[in-house]
Design a protein around this ligand. Sequence first.
Ligand code: SF4
Length: 271
Amino acid sequence: MFRLSQGQLNLLETCPRKFQYSYLEQLAAPATPEQQASMAWGKRFHLLMQQRELGLPVEFLISDFSGTVEAELGRCLEALRTAVPEIFTTALSTSQTFRESEHCRTLNISGYLLTVVYDLLILDDLDAQVLDWKTYPRPQNPARLGKNWQTRLYPFVLAETSEYLPEQISMTYWFVQSQASQTDKPEPQSLKFAYSEAQHQRTKAILSKLLRQVTDWLQDYQAGIPFPQVPETSPLCKSCQFAVRCQRTKRSLSASRHHLLSLAEIPEVSL
Ligand code: SF4
């Protein structure tokens, strides 16, 4: 059984060859120090929210010393608490039936195990809310986030694995670090995506097609044929860490053209 997450679906849709290098061959370059620091901050914020939801003390994870990572975490946590106090009520309200942090679900479809982890899932009599913490600023173009597989897969799996109708499900991102500068008060911002039966059917169709392709690509790969690349003209290759491996750098492209020309110029040898 092949497990697939939203991140892997994004990669498969963007460039299947990149998926091959990153996941099947584990060739991805290590993260830069800036990326590592940002990932560590995000991980600590998620842990903070999970501990708080479990009713465990979080004070020792944050501090009053300004300029420290702990102080920044504390400021963002407090700003989120002010913006959406209802998230911080760990006890079930009268209409709520379930709430859990880091809630994991899987869906077996076409031989693949689709896996999702909700930062916070709140269910009540009428609605199912999926909440996700983001530690980067709110995107300027919400439509792009709407097309991301996280926005499509998370409600899809919930609709397939619960009694809730698609119209009862929503997905909300909270951008917890939105602020003008380090000294400004953080102002968390949100983006909410409603879900519908039409979106559910569309996602189902796109997913089935993509998974059929993945099955074909995996079979080809076992026979020695690599996953497809994006077209040579794609701007994606310019910033891709696998550009050299794919011969998509300017130098490697001209070298391969030169190589082809040289081959064409070789006179035929009569037997
Ligand atoms: S260089 Fe281009 S084709 Fe190769 S993995 Fe990256 S995006 Fe895909």
